[in-house]
Design a protein around this ligand. Structure first.
Ligand SMILES: Cc1cc2nc3c(=O)[nH]c(=O)nc-3n(C[C@H](O)[C@H](O)[C@H](O)COP(=O)(O)OP(=O)(O)OC[C@H]3O[C@@H](n4cnc5c(N)ncnc54)[C@H](O)[C@@H]3O)c2cc1C
Length: 408
């Protein structure tokens, strides 16, 4: 198997490298320690605008909406190169990776022409209003109601875990329009202005100290019917478009890895000798090294499939299940090895890079849930790769309002 770039891919990579080295700083060479969230968002907007002005924003989208019509392989190459730089891309991952493709697939031409270029140029940031307190892995169990009123729909209910809702301009929203049919059939999908009257956003405090998630409450929020995506009752099909794109958008797990751990164990002592000489430490590193190599080869397999014009299979599920678990394990082990130093937070005295290990240890659990939990992804691998029997579905075909539920 040949993993080298083709001549066309190599020339695309060189072009990307030239833009990035002229306009961004390599990771590890900048210090943003005291940056507030508002400052980070402003930096992200500026970076997105610069990319869009130079033809590097949202590469895979069609040219008419501000994209570049790039191939999936070029998208991967760009991701690999941009990933080496301190590029503030986080606030746009959901909008560009999931909301944009959904709007592009279902909205009217007028809405597409109005909304999509503003997303590409960084003027608008979007969020995904899917999960609810009783609808996560089982998303179709959602209860937020939509009722038709003339040319509008009226929305009442609650979403949760909505990343970035507090700074977002627009969102995609799935609701229940008909509780009298089976749960996947009575859903209707919209996009809405997050400043609409009746939308209340309450931030959730996280273990890391940040507040990137929110609860979002809807009280008699009006959405014009023209902002409906897909048919009335056809919202599940629209959700699948978003979720398919979500698996690709959040599949990558970047954080602490084996080289960081190797550096740490070479510098600290355990029982009076370098930690690298300790057999238990060596065994753990060997296990994670095998996982790292397996992930690299899985990634190559995806790239080869894309390069041949094929659609990759469930490899993305494997990457997230193994990658996020490895990141959490290495983060936790590194903190333990540093003893008391592992829990100190002091950017001016961080010789052992403890904050990198802490960040991965605290960020990995979220990664193991977002975009499909470990268990759900294992179900996918079991059913679609190994051909094992399907998960039990006791509510299949039963009208939503007849399914036994806890109190609302
Ligand atoms: C970092 C992060 C960002 C997020 N951003 C957003 C966002 O922007 N918008 C949004 O709408 N949501 C967002 N979410 C929510 C996310 O989609 C849900 O948390 C996820 O779908 C899981 O749902 P849940 O939390 O309700 O857990 P549940 O689905 O209730 O799961 C609880 C436990 O049961 C297990 N489980 C559930 N079903 C099965 C099954 N069939 N077989 C075996 N085990 C099962 C799960 O694996 C888990 O361990 C985000 C979550 C995270 C962590």
């Amino acid at each position: 198997m040949n993993f080298d770039d083709t001549p066309e891919e190599a020339s695309f990579r060189a072009e990307a490298q030239a833009f990035l080295s002229a306009n961004a700083e390599l990771k590890g060479t900048t210090e943003q320690g005291d940056e507030t969230e508002d400052e980070y968002i402003e930096r992200a907007r500026a970076w997105q605008k610069l990319k869009s002005e130079n033809g590097w924003a949202c590469l895979s989208w069609p040219v008419e909406y501000g994209g570049r019509g790039a191939s999936p392989m070029e998208l991967i190459i760009w991701g690999q190169e941009e990933g080496k730089y301190d590029a503030p891309v986080g606030p746009y991952v959901i909008g560009l990776g999931m909301c944009g493709p959904t709007v592009a697939a279902y909205a009217s031409d007028e809405h597409k022409n109005e909304r999509l270029p503003r997303l590409v140029s960084g003027e608008d940031i979007w969020c995904q209003l899917f999960s609810e307190p009783s609808a996560g892995s089982d998303l179709a169990n959602l209860r937020t109601r939509s009722e038709r009123d003339g040319d509008d729909w009226i929305i009442n209910g609650q979403k949760i875990w909505t990343s970035g809702a507090h700074y977002c301009d627009w969102g995609i929203l799935v609701t229940r329009s008909d509780p009298k049919v089976a749960k996947h059939k009575g859903l209707t999908f919209f996009f809405l202005d997050m400043k609409s009257p009746g939308v209340e956003i309450r931030p959730i405090k996280q273990i890391s100290g940040g507040s990137n998630f929110n609860e979002v409450y809807f009280t008699d929020v009006r959405i014009p019917d023209s902002q409906r995506l897909g048919e009335v009752g056809g919202g599940w099909g629209v959700c699948l478009t978003t979720l398919m794109n979500e698996r690709l958008a959040v599949g990558d797990t970047s954080g602490v890895d084996v080289p960081n751990l190797m550096e740490l164990v070479s510098r600290i002592e355990l029982d009076g000798e370098p930690a690298l000489h300790n057999n238990a430490v060596r065994e753990k590193i060997a296990n994670w090294y095998c996982q790292m190599s397996g992930l690299r080869n899985t990634r190559y397999r995806v790239m080869s499939a894309l390069s041949r014009g094929q659609t990759p299979g469930p490899e993305n599920s494997i990457s997230k299940v193994v990658g996020a678990g490895k990141m959490q394990g290495i983060g936790s082990f590194g903190i333990d090895l540093m003893d008391m130093g592992g829990i100190v937070v002091d950017s001016d005295n961080d010789d052992l890079n403890s904050q990198l290990f802490q960040g991965s240890f605290m960020g990995a659990p979220g990664l193991r849930i977002a975009g499909g939990t470990d268990e759900v992804l294992r179900n996918i691998i079991a059913e679609r790769v190994l051909g094992l029997p399907q998960d039990v579905r006791v509510d299949k075909g039963i009208p939503f309002n007849e399914i036994a539920q806890g109190p609302a």
